[in-house]
Design a protein around this ligand. Structure first.
Ligand code: GLN
Ligand code: ZN
Length: 756
């Protein structure tokens, strides 16, 4: 049996591409230097796959920033304003990725969006009246030849026309249909060029096929490929899907003239069912995604081989593949020096998965695979290494009852009690939590990590930062204060370090966007709180002032969504375990005299299922309760806040209200405040603090600007329900712009109050 890899991580084993790109951005290295780093990484990745015995290796899965952006250029869809900068090719590319401000002009970066249900972000193409789609770049051809030059035949990967048109943003009254003819021609030209180069297979990625499709979508997809495939000649075309199943268009897909179809048998819950029900065409190759491209656990060969056996009943030509690109897992376990053996053995990162693919494809050919040492070794690990178990935690979760998810006093009662208790002015002002992480703050943390100072000295420093922060906020005249979050660098890692069941890595980075990578911790067993996490910092901060200081926690859904989850228990079980841990922290904070507690759910929307029919059953039905679990035991006068980073929750406004927080703050300054209409329409009950200025930019908003934003909000939101705050935490900002912005924010709130 043959094996294939959908795509490989691009940033390099030790994030070489990130560091080289950043040097290039700072002008420390040339374009030529950067290209050389790219080339070295591509070559290394191909060789690695070749050495592992992979048959179908991808090329053009590399990118200096993002694959959608590469496709935008390949299709000649560069908007005029970027062309007009008259920069080099690379210069135009990065101007679209990151914006450009300099002698050649001033343009903003393309918008960024989450790539389906991953934490990877792609750049959104913009199509205009004068966009002329045609084949214009050389990247996929060059990279194919580059691999060929070192003796490796690859299958070039290109994002497909359907997904491209589906994700693009349309301007000047245009829509996808206006670009059909040109895009068809463009892909045909591409096929022709690959044909001339002697390419055997090409992989067309169409992940948009796993989303809910309308009739029009399906018609468009079929029309596109009926036409495009007429131009394939001898070239073999693999249509690749991932992140789900193709339940809306399986029959149409199977009837088209593709030579191979790539299906995800892990996240695609209905994939097996589909091939059972409709069969798989005799004349096509099934690229069966059975090795998980999204998680870091070793593949259990028993389960995988059973699955392959079942697939084999329905398809005659099978290639064993990854469920999606390996872009979403870290590069290699080899870089980890601190993991205990028993833990490490359970993991498999991108490089290790190559060997799994190879072994599986060999074992699948053998009748007596159970006797092989590869199989035996694999199964022993699953038998020998148990994930960390805690019976008490398991019992706590199974004993949860309705009361654990409901606060005793309802919202109306609480509102009155809290109003009397806090005596806050109308339009109370506050911030989201973090204050600038200055060099001193970072230095303190790194000195402690390196063992240069002890915990006591470290905490003394943190306390002094807190004191300065409280004084500063009092001077500014904010109403509800925060301690500043100087003890944490990351909103998940900090909590994870105080929870049993968590494992941390050193170099397991995953690309989030462009040069930005994240290092998600791994849930390795039942989760429970080991010790109070934030209490002493909050308690100290509150002791310094008469104004209320918010306790600051990360919520269970966000902690879960930003970690690599276990695969042996449900997401719900993990969310509830973390929820119980956070609840203990909430109760401790309350006992320590903290009156307002904010439980951030920055990433709540991230794992909302791709399929609408699964929104509730697979996610919201436990995600919202997991949050409620954290605050169900609090007194009515304790005010619960939450924060979400995105405002794109129009479609789940009711569910957000159902979190039963007293106050929610969210990003709003960059969106056109459409969310406010949805809040009004759905009679949103929770008090709201839509961000009045964008913290992602050093720009200082003027008082009048904030006043105008508030006026607009007050047209739709009851004045008794409106808070005034920035968009998000201030940790990435400098001190001077933060002071100036907050001063204006307080001033604007005061101005508005007089008018109310
Ligand atoms: N409380 C966190 C902070 O202010 C929230 C961060 C976030 O939403 N990403 O930094
Ligand atoms: Zn945020």
């Amino acid at each position: 049996m043959r094996s294939a890899v959908t795509g490989f991580p691009r940033v390099g084993k030790l994030r070489e591409l990130k560091f080289a790109s950043e040097k290039y951005f700072r002008g420390e290295i040339t374009e030529g230097n950067l290209n050389a780093v790219g080339k070295a990484l591509r070559n290394e990745n191909w060789r690695l796959q070749k050495d592992a015995g992979i048959h179908y290796i991808s090329s053009n899965d590399f990118s200096f920033y993002d694959g959608m952006l590469d496709t935008t250029i390949l299709l000649n869809a560069i908007p005029g304003e970027y062309r007009e900068l008259n920069l080099s090719e690379q210069g135009v590319y990065f101007s679209m990725a990151r914006g450009y401000q300099g002698v050649q002009g001033d343009v903003k970066a393309f918008a960024m969006k989450k790539w389906f249900n991953t934490n990877y972000h792609y750049l959104v193409p913009e199509l205009y009246e004068n966009t002329k789609i045609e084949l214009s770049g050389n990247k996929p051809f060059d990279e194919y030849e580059e691999a060929k030059a070192i003796g490796i035949e690859t299958k070039p990967v290109v994002i497909g026309a359907f997904t491209f048109l589906k994700l693009a943003k349309y301007n000047d009254g245009k829509n996808a249909d206006d670009f059909m003819e040109d895009i068809i021609q463009c892909y045909r030209d591409m096929f022709e060029r690959f044909g001339q180069l002697g390419t055997e297979w090409i992989q067309i990625d169409e992940p948009a096929l796993v989303t809910d499709l309308s009739k029009e979508d399906i018609t468009r997809f079929v029309t596109l490929y009926k036409e495009i495939l007429k131009g394939k000649n001898k070239l073999k075309v693999l249509l690749q899907t991932y992140f789900g199943d193709v339940r809306d268009c399986y029959e149409e897909l199977a009837a088209l003239d593709f030579d191979g179809i790539g299906l995800d048998f892990l996240e695609g819950k209905k994939t097996l069912e589909l091939i059972k029900a409709y069969g798989f065409p005799e004349d096509k190759v099934l690229f069966a995604g059975v090795v998980n491209g999204k998680n870091i656990w070793k593949c259990n060969y028993r389960i995988a081989l059973n699955l392959i056996e079942e697939i084999r009943q329905h398809a005659s030509h099978i290639v064993i593949s990854t469920s999606c690109s390996l872009l979403h897992v870290p590069y290699t376990l080899e870089s980890e020096t601190k993991l205990e053996r028993g833990i490490r053995e359970r993991f498999s990162f991108a490089k290790e998965k190559l060997y799994e693919l190879k072994e599986l494809s060999d074992l699948a050919e053998r009748e007596d695979f159970e006797k092989s040492h590869e199989y035996g070794d694999n199964q022993r690990i699953f038998e020998a290494v148990r994930l960390y178990e805690d019976k008490k935690v398991q019992a706590d979760v199974s004993e949860l009852s309705d009361e654990d998810f409901r606060r005793k006093a309802d919202r109306k009662k609480r509102k009155q009690i809290q109003k009397d208790y806090f005596q806050l002015p109308l339009l109370p002002t506050t911030t989201i939590g973090s204050f600038p992480q200055t060099l001193e703050v970072k230095k303190n943390r790194s000195s402690f990590r390196k063992g240069e100072i002890d915990k006591e000295a470290y905490d003394r420093q943190v306390f002094s930062f807190i004191e300065d922060c409280i004084r500063k906020q009092e001077e500014l005249g904010l109403d509800v204060l925060v301690h500043g979050e100087f003890e944490r660098n990351d909103m998940v890692e900090f909590f994870g370090e105080n929870l049993a069941g968590y494992v941390f890595t050193e170099k397991a980075w995953v690309q989030s966007y462009g040069t930005r990578c994240v290092k998600p911790p791994i849930i390795f067993g039942d989760v429970k709180r080991i010790r109070p996490i934030t209490v002493k910092y909050s308690e100290y901060a509150q002791s310094l002032t008469d104004k209320p200081v918010k306790g600051m926690l990360t919520g269970p859904v966000t902690i879960l969504n930003w970690s690599f989850p276990r695969e042996d228990v449900s997401l719900q079980a993990m969310a509830y375990q973390i929820g119980i841990a956070i609840r203990e922290e909430v109760c401790d904070l309350e006992r320590a005299g903290i009156k307002i507690i904010q439980i951030d759910e920055a990433a709540l929307k991230e794992k909302l299922p791709i399929r609408r029919e699964e929104w509730y059953s697979e996610y919201l039905d436990w995600a919202i309760p997991a949050f409620r679990l954290c605050h169900s035991k609090t007194k009515p006068e304790t005010q619960i806040h939450t924060h979400m980073c995105y405002s794109e929750f129009e479609e789940i406004v009711k569910d957000i209200d159902n979190m039963d927080a007293d106050v929610i703050s969210f990003e709003a300054s960059r969106s056109k405040l459409t969310i406010i209409d949805a809040l009004q329409a759905k009679h949103f009950q929770t008090e709201v603090g839509p961000g009045v200025y964008d913290i992602h930019s050093p720009r200082v908003p003027a008082v009048e600007e904030i006043v105008r934003a508030l006026q607009k909000m007050l047209e739709k939101i009851d004045k008794n329900n409106l808070w005034v705050n920035p968009d998000c935490g201030l940790k990435t900002r400098g001190i001077s712009e933060t002071d100036a912005s907050l001063k204006n924010l307080v001033e604007a709130a005061k101005t508005m109050r007089i008018q109310l």
